[in-house]
Design a binder for this molecule. Sequence first.
Ligand SMILES: Nc1ncnc2c1ncn2[C@@H]1O[C@H](COP(=O)(O)OP(=O)(O)OP(=O)(O)O)[C@@H](O)[C@H]1O
Ligand SMILES: [Mg+2]
Length: 335
Amino acid sequence: MRIGIAFDLKKKPLANLPEDIYEELDSIETVEAIESVLNSAGHETVRLGGGKNFLFSILKTHVDIVFNIAEGWGARSREAHIPSVLELLGTPYTGSDPLTLSLTLDKGMAKRVVMSAGVLTPRFSVIKDAKSINHVQELNFPLIVKPLWEGSSIGIRRDSKVQNFKELKRKLEWLINSYGEPTLVEEFIEGEEVTVGVIGNENPYVIGMMMIKPRIGDPRDFIYSLEVKRNWREEVEYFSPPPLSEQALSELSRSALAAYEALSCRDVARLDFRMGRDGKPYFLEANPLPGLNPETGDLPIMIEKEGIPYAKLILSILDNALRRNRLTAKSRACV
Ligand SMILES: Nc1ncnc2c1ncn2[C@@H]1O[C@H](COP(=O)(O)OP(=O)(O)OP(=O)(O)O)[C@@H](O)[C@H]1O
Ligand SMILES: [Mg+2]
C-alpha cells in the first residue's frame, strides 16, 4: 500500500511570537519512526509535509491513505486543515475528522460536550479579555489559566496555578497579550495526574493508562507545564499502570471511553485527567492527534511501559483507519 505522511516540522519562531508557539509541531525523528514502521510492514511511504506544500504534494501524488500527524497553523481549526482537504479529495486518512479535531482543540467546547455525556470536568470559564475577569466569580481558587486552543503545554508554565484575583489578572493579561486568543480559567484539581490511551472505532478500548508524578516539589502543586515537558527526564516519573485502586482505574477507563465517544474520536486519542478529592477522575482535555515521537511522546512511553511495541501502536492506528474506510492492505495492493 502507498501511504502518504502529513506532518508539520518544528521551526524557530519569529522574534514577535512566543518562544513555545511551535511546541506542538513534530521533529523529523517522529516522521522517520512512523515511516520505518510502515516500511517494515511492507508499505511504501511518501512524505507529503503540511500547509501549502501539502496541497501541492497531495495533488500530484497518488496515495491509498494518509497517515496524519499534521498539527497545522492558525486558530482552533488548524488541526482540521489537512483532514478537510483529504475529505474534499476523497482520500482516506488516519485519525479523527475535522469536526472532532477542532472541537477538542477548543478545550471549553470539549468540556461542554463531555459534561453532556456525564463525564466530570473541573468548573471553568472562558475569558476573552482581562476586563471580563468577573466571569470567574463562581469559581473557587486555586485556579489554572491556560490558552483556550493549544497543546503541548503552550502557554502553561510552572506559575499557571493562581491563588487570588491579583495573580489571575497578571496571568490573564500575559496570556491574552502573548497568544492573542481567549483563555480557559478552571478550578485546579490537586490530585494525581493520569493520561489514558484509547484505540478503536466500533469497540474502542483503553490501550494503557499512565500516571505522571513529579520528582520534586509538592505533588498537589504539580503542573505538567512547558518547563516540565521539556525537562521530563529529570522532573517526572511515569507509572504505567498507575498505582491507583481498582475502582479508580475502572472509573478512569469508563470516563475516557465516554469522552472518546462523546467527542466522536476515531482510531486513537489520549485523554488527560486529574483525580479529584472525591476520588473521581476529572477530564482536562482530549488529544486526538497524540504526540507519536517514540522517545518523548506520552502515548509511546505509556505503551512501552505496558510492554506494547511502538510498531504495534502505529500499525493499530493504520489498521483501524483502513477498516473504517473498508480498505485492506491486501485488497488495495491488488488494485
Ligand atoms: N484543572 C486543572 N487542574 C490541575 N492541573 C491542571 C488543570 N488543567 C491543566 N492542568 C495541568 O496542566 C497540564 C497541561 O494542561 P493541558 O493538558 O490542558 O494542556 P495541553 O497543552 O493541551 O497538554 P498536551 O501536551 O497534553 O496537549 C496538565 O497536564 C496538568 O498537569
Ligand atoms: Mg494535556
